[in-house]
Design a protein around this ligand. Sequence first.
Ligand code: SF4
Length: 139
Amino acid sequence: MASDLEEKILLLLQNSPEGVILQSELWKILDSGSREVSRSLAKMAKRNLILREPYSDGGRKTFKVILLKKKPKIELDDILWCCCFTCHDLSKCGMGLPISPEMCPKLTISLRNEMIKMKKQEELKKISSQSGDGDAKEG
Ligand code: SF4
């Protein structure tokens, strides 16, 4: 289980543009001891959450801390299909309640339609990549 410091480091890396921060900057940002940060980073590296690469920052040796598994960002378009956002029963709906996602026909239809749409998109991608292969072989 990740410690508070590890959680903070992960959050910082997650929010950095490339998922990279210098170790020397982490101490300053987190206002923590260098040993504490180093220990946390070593543990995180063991769990393959990050990678540390030696780096020279204006002659000072430090490490580049690289996040290995960046969480995919969810775009609004990715979830707009869900009928729950416009549902009048949203405030009354929940697991174990009379109105629940498990028993909701609207959500079932919404999910099924989205799955059909995704399947069609995958098929189209497959077809276009196959026709691209064909072109490459012919040309
Ligand atoms: S699961 Fe069904 S009832 Fe519940 S909020 Fe979504 S659409 Fe509404």
